[in-house]
Design a binder for this molecule. Structure first.
Ligand SMILES: [Zn+2]
Length: 115
């Protein structure tokens, strides 16, 4: 059900002469729900989307919307932030950081479990 991540990333270490292209591919290759659940957020299915409690603000009403279809996440509550898998890794790990490092991390986390 998931893209063949091992094959995608296994060929070579993360390296590209055109990192922007590689990052665009990574945004689709790593399932966003896997990264979010890997961070400890419990997601519940709500139609086509998954809903959970946003880990970036205190309020306990589920306001984090994760869309497997578009592979994007969004906090509709206090934070009002969202984005791609890369943005998630940057937000959870550093707040903001080098995009390529975040991409490497997304690749690694996405490969961690194989469900
Ligand atoms: Zn939030």
């Amino acid at each position: 059900m998931y893209p063949p991540l091992d094959r995608f990333f296994g060929r070579r270490p993360f390296h590209s002469e055109n990192p922007d292209v590689e990052i665009e591919r990574l945004k689709k290759a790593v399932p966003i729900e896997r990264l979010v659940m890997g961070f400890g957020v419990e997601l519940k299915r709500h139609g086509a989307e998954l809903i959970g409690t946003c880990p970036f603000h205190e309020y306990k009403t589920p306001s984090l919307v994760v869309s497997p279809k578009t592979n994007l996440w969004d906090c509709l509550g206090k934070c009002n932030v969202g984005g791609s898998t890369i943005d998630w890794v940057m937000k959870t790990k550093w707040g903001s950081a080098c995009r390529q490092e975040a991409a490497e991390d997304a690749a690694f986390d996405g490969r961690g479990t194989n469900t």
